[in-house]
Design a protein around this ligand. Sequence first.
Ligand code: R5P
Length: 261
Amino acid sequence: MSWGLQNRVSRLMKGGRTVMLAIDHGYFQGPTTGLENPRKTITSLLQYADSLMLTRGILRTSVDPGESLPIVLRASGGTSILKELSDEVVTTSIEEALRLNASAVAVSVFVGSPNERQTLANLAELVNEGERYGMPVLAVTAVGREMARDARYLGLACRISAELGASIVKTYYCEDFRKVIDGCPVPVIIAGGKKLPEREALQLAHDATSEGAVGVDMGRNIFQSSNPAGMIKAVRGVVHDGKSVDEAFRIFEKEKPPRAE
Ligand code: R5P
């Protein structure tokens, strides 16, 4: 692994842990709830994130070029919620990622889907190209509508991603999550998934990090929260400061703006 690639990976981590703020949902969902105006959404959150995951279009239009937060650039897409989600291609080159000063690129793999081979080839292509320039690849183990989110399936998808050369793998928390971690030789982070009540989302982050994940790549459970800044601070408490779920929930509650009468 080149020094440059290791350096980029280390930018994403603080003491081996990471809170990645995901705002790339629009690449197939369009104007996702809470992200209609990405710049407005992220302004109060960037200071609490270790990195920001997004597409080049939102980076160019919604993030100040003076921003020093490490960028994880989504590099796969080409489909929408109206079509087969797994039908992705590489949309952003490593050269463009370098031009945008990204710290990593992200690509979805849809293991077991009709486009399994194509999406794994997308990952391999970005790893091959990324190795030439010291650009790490984050593999996103996407779960098709019909796929079970269990340790057997997620373990398979994570291991294949690592075997193909991903530097970090993003997956979902599940029962027997340790099995997923034990079978994956590179750091694993978890997605938050659909919006949950805040305490449940904090529990998810807590369980995943207690069972071996190095952090979260969380979107909707932060930006769709009634108090996004309080929520990301609470998530940080869990990931970086070893807070319990109760302690983290108190951080969220404390930060909550008073309800308008
Ligand atoms: C898919 O839309 C993206 O890769 C998201 O970045 C990822 O699923 C994390 O976002 P969330 O926590 O909302 O699931």
